[in-house]
Design a protein around this ligand. Structure first.
Ligand code: PDD
Length: 292
């Protein structure tokens, strides 16, 4: 059976999935998205992603294209039809199709809904988990509503490309005050010399990662000392451990920052414990395609 995409009410072969040229997502990046991991048939942190989606829509005054329970059914149906047991769901909602004009269409048009899935064999290559990945630091040149998961991602596209060209996996973005905000598509974490786990507090300067929230809860559940505050590049260089988190990587160890080794240059113990605990917690979540 061919891989299917869901586009505005229809399940279509992926190769034939199209949106209109005047979709506002295409012309203005006027839309939001979510990425949800599917691990052994389970939608990871699904409730958290749906709550954040609702918040992003509300902030941009875009209506749900269908009621939330219907959207959840469509997601599970696409995952089922595509037979994905390990992979990702991509969900995008835009303000809809209208003649190009900056202000909102009046009268309102139907929001655009697109869903795709992608099968993966695994979420990170074993070498990335065993040896860790590298990050570079770059200036944060983004707008100041990073709490909205908008499809406007050009600074992140450029940042990731810069990271790859430097032989790294991710770029950590830094504001004028020297504080790291987050990665181009992930949240940033360090463990300092005292063993304290530090990640930036969630305000409009970062995306409040759903994985970030789960990892914080897990860290607290096993008694780790946590500080939710910004940290500097200098603190990151001196950290004992560092890692990044996202729906597609969970907690991924970082062993080089701007070419300097983090701690002893190996993935940290707390990082690996958090990764294992997250994967274990996933195993207890409902199965996609089954009862929500
Ligand atoms: N990115 N910060 C940014 C800027 C992100 O784009 C992401 C996720 C995160 C982590 O959020 P979460 O844990 O909810 O995935 C933080 C997704 C995976 C992407 O764009 O592909």
């Amino acid at each position: 059976m061919p891989r299917l995409a869901y586009v505005n009410g229809r399940y279509l072969p992926h190769a034939d999935a199209r949106v209109h040229v005047e979709d506002r997502g295409y012309q203005f990046a006027d839309g939001v998205y979510e990425v949800v991991a599917i691990a052994e048939g389970r939608l990871a942190d699904f409730e958290g992603h749906m709550v954040r989606l609702g918040r992003s829509l509300k902030e941009l005054r875009i209506d749900w294209p269908v009621a939330r329970p219907v959207l959840e059914m469509i997601i599970r149906e696409l995952v089922r039809r595509n037979g994905v047991s390990t992979g990702l769901v991509y969900l995008q909602i835009t303000r809809g199709v209208a003649p190009r004009d900056f202000k909102f269409p009046n009268p309102k048009v139907r929001p655009g809904l697109v869903l795709t899935t992608r099968k993966l064999t695994r979420f990170a290559a074993p070498a990335q988990v065993e040896s860790g990945v590298g990050v570079i630091t770059i200036p944060d040149i983004r707008w100041l509503r990073r709490d909205i998961k908008s499809v406007s991602l050009l600074p992140q596209v450029l940042g990731k490309q810069q990271a790859v060209e430097a032989g790294c996996y991710e770029a950590w973005m830094v504001e004028d005050d020297g504080m790291i905000t987050e990665g181009c598509s992930s949240n940033a974490w360090i463990v300092n010399a005292d063993g304290t786990l530090i990640t930036r507090h969630a305000d409009t300067h970062i995306l409040n990662g759903v994985t970030r929230l789960s990892l914080l809860r897990l860290a607290e559940s096993f008694g780790a000392t946590t500080e939710v505050r910004p940290f500097t590049v200098a603190e990151a260089y001196q950290a004992r451990e560092a890692f990044l988190s996202s729906a597609s990587t969970f907690a991924l160890p970082i062993t080089r920052i701007d070419g300097k080794p983090v701690g002893d240059g190996k993935p940290g113990a707390l990082t690996l414990r958090l990764r294992a605990a997250y994967l274990e917690a996933l195993a207890g979540q409902p199965v996609a395609g089954g009862a929500p």
